[in-house]
Design a protein around this ligand. Structure first.
Ligand SMILES: Cc1cc2nc3c(=O)[nH]c(=O)nc-3n(C[C@H](O)[C@H](O)[C@H](O)COP(=O)(O)O)c2cc1C
Length: 307
């Protein structure tokens, strides 16, 4: 139909695609490159803050490395982030390096559709007034989409302290494998942020893709704590060591002992060590990737299952 033909020219691709992926994702490989050296950081890099947009890793890759995302099946480069060293965090014998994102490019769409889609997406962002778009300028959101070329798993974080209980979704999460740390980048406006600094322990439920609707509904708890655990629309089970209510239907429940909280602009970058890890059932986990990544895969008949 002529409408299908004309759509890419007048409508931008969605920024994000919610997909079902069996964890750990292996479709995309992330490599850090610097001074003729390179290291696989697929399980050792994370987004540490949105403003400024920051990437953290266990490696010190010099002052201006690049972070390259490649299609694991074909070796094709999907996108690149250009990084500039910002700071390092020494913690319990490990050293985490934090980089600001100074530039980016992706190759998921052919030119000129790439530039045209970016222009259309940026125009929509400038017109919209969601809190996300108030926080980040369109160029930074484009860079963030490239960081999501590695599909990011979604978890529900449970916090249980005296007088405060909460459960909310996160995807700006670790691991930082070489240092055996796990990170959570949480908006410093989140209602549970001070409680997490104080209580230093949380439970993390890996969410089945089939629970997407429920997960998204819990986003309201970034602003408002839970009145009661029974207010949740699903059964919970106590986490193994801390006894914090977690999702009974989760694929996996881990407990994190928080060892450090770092102020990072818009976000608090929590670093912790796993206190327990229960693999409960196999299945596809809810993930996010960039819309142009899904479009790239669709072109090659290798689209992720969308939920
Ligand atoms: C699936 C999902 C994952 C999220 N991950 C994070 C996260 O990692 N860190 C964070 O600070 N907020 C996270 N959020 C919260 C949102 O960024 C936003 O702050 C929250 O939904 C409140 O939105 P509003 O301020 O537009 O009402 C997530 C929300 C959803 C639905």
């Amino acid at each position: 139909m002529w409408k299908d033909w004309i759509r890419p020219f007048v409508r931008p691709l969605p920024q994000w695609s919610t997909i079902a992926v069996a964890p750990p994702q292996q479709d995309v490989t992330a490599s850090l490159r610097w001074n003729h050296q390179s290291a696989d950081v697929t399980t050792d890099h994370t987004v540490a803050s949105l403003k400024p947009l920051s990437i953290a890793t266990s490696l010190d890759a010099g002052d201006t490395p690049t972070l390259e995302y490649t299609d694991s099946a074909t070796g094709k480069v999907l996108g690149v982030l250009y990084l500039a060293k910002a700071t390092s965090i020494a913690i319990e014998g490990a050293c985490i390096t934090v980089y600001h994102v100074s530039g980016s490019e992706h190759r998921c769409l052919p030119w000129p559709r790439r530039s045209w889609n970016q222009w259309l997406q940026n125009r929509v962002m400038r017109k919209s007034n969601t809190s996300h778009h108030a926080l980040m300028d369109p160029d930074s959101v484009q860079q963030l989409m490239i960081a999501y070329l590695c599909p990011r798993p979604v978890i529900l974080v449970s916090v249980d302290a005296r007088g405060h209980r909460n459960m909310f979704p996160m995807d700006l999460i670790g691991p930082l494998q070489r240092s055996a740390l796990f990170s959570l980048a949480l908006r410093n406006t989140n209602v549970s942020e001070p409680v997490m600094r104080d209580a230093c322990k949380v439970a993390l439920s890996s969410m089945p893709a089939s629970m997407k609707g429920t997960v998204y509904k819990l986003a309201e708890h970034h602003k408002q704590a839970l009145d009661d655990w029974t207010a949740l629309p699903f059964p919970t089970r106590p986490s193994q060591a801390f006894g914090i209510p977690a999702v009974a239907a989760a694929l996996r429940i881990r407990e994190l002992s928080i060892v450090h909280a770092h102020d990072m602009g818009s976000h608090t970058f929590f670093l912790g060590r796993m206190a327990s890890d229960e693999d409960l059932t196999e299945g596809a986990q809810l993930h996010h990737t960039a819309g142009f990544h899904q479009a790239y895969r669709r072109q090659r008949n290798a689209a992720f299952e969308e939920v």
